[in-house]
Design a protein. Sequence first.
Length: 118
Amino acid sequence: VQLQASGGGLVQAGGSLRLSCAASGMTFSSYNMGWFRQAPGKDREFVARIIWSGGVTSYGDSVRGRFTISRDNAKNTVYLQMNRLKSEDTAVYYCAAETKAPGVYDYWGQGTQVTVSS
């Protein structure tokens, strides 16, 4: 199983970025997927989750209303559209596949850096 995250970069506050996470070695359409982030010196934080069909999504309080998670099962890819970015969104963003039970993520990508300048 491989999850390859991409799309990070440097953006000004108020700007937008779209992250992508391409999956391989797994039946992507069978897995719920999540995005997490970790800023230096802070714990990993839940960002967003989408179920296998794309029909249900959920978000962390700090990003709700600004970020949108989506997926394309034909492309084995999950996305995170990030709008109205803030300096506190600066972190390494990881995608992950939820496996055995809700909230249990066993497959993780390598992370992509997002830096928001104020």
